[in-house]
Design a protein around this ligand. Structure first.
Ligand SMILES: Cc1cc(C(=O)N2CCN(C)CC2)sc1-c1cc(O)c2nc[nH]c(=O)c2c1
Ligand SMILES: [Mg+2]
Length: 214
């Protein structure tokens, strides 16, 4: 049996990036996925929007749903202030294993905690497990059919506070129509759409930014 796409991505990072340099890890993955083999990272174009929202929010506690190979974990963690943390949830253990190595290669392992398992089971345990009160920032990038139930779960578990920013990937492609309806017609959220492109392609996609109003 041959290597997997995540394994080949890790090899590209080890070959082309500089250990401890997050930007070189990001560039190595973007180069590989644009020129060699497409993969479902948020990518460089939507990544710039993610960067700008992160810089604006400057979260102390960030949550990512959907780690995949750790590309957006590196993008997020590289911009966090000292003592700020990212918790990232990944259902697929093979993806989590690669992500752990890519995050470590970038030198960001002290800022990032990868939690393996279904988000539906892990979200209700977050407070007790990590001794946290709430998240300032949530990046939804796992599975479109989980965006609404997991957002409701975060509300119910008291993990959102007034001003928490939710940023959702793929609201156009593959598409999360129920999520868009949920946050856009909900008085508890102030939403706006950032038009962009599906990673490494010319297809439309975008990010939905929703501020929880409490
Ligand atoms: C798997 C996949 C295929 C897509 C597509 O339209 N394709 C046509 C164009 N060719 C080139 C690529 C393939 S888009 C997409 C995708 C993209 C993300 O950012 C995702 N993020 C989180 N979780 C997902 O399941 C997720 C899926
Ligand atoms: Mg995505």
């Amino acid at each position: 049996t041959g290597s997997s796409r995540p394994q080949r991505m890790l090899k590209a990072v080890q070959k082309n990036a500089t250990k401890g340099d997050p930007q070189s890890v990001i560039s190595a993955i973007d180069y590989y996925c644009r020129h060699k083999e497409w993969a479902m990272n948020v990518g460089d174009e939507k990544g710039l929007i993610l960067d700008s929202v992160l810089t604006e929010v400057n979260p102390s506690m960030a949550l990512e749903l959907g780690t995949y190979c750790g590309y957006s974990s590196v993008r997020i963690a590289r911009l966090l202030s000292p003592n700020s943390k990212l918790i990232t949830v990944e259902f697929n253990p093979a993806f989590a294993a690669i992500a752990r190595q890519i995050i470590a290669y970038a030198g960001l392992q002290d800022k990032v905690t990868i939690v393996e398992g279904p988000s539906a089971d892990l979200i209700p345990k977050m407070k007790e497990r990590f001794g946290l009160k709430s998240f300032d920032f949530v990046f939804l990038d796992h599975w479109k059919d989980r965006y609404v139930p997991d957002t409701k779960l975060l509300e119910e578990c008291g993990l959102l506070k007034k001003g928490t920013v939710l940023l959702a990937d793929n609201v156009i492609c593959p598409g999360a129509p129920e999520y868009l309806k949920y946050v856009r017609n909900n008085p508890r959220y102030e939403s706006r759409y950032y038009k962009s492109y599906l990673e490494y392609t010319k297809a439309e996609d975008g990010l939905e930014k929703s501020v929880f109003l409490g």
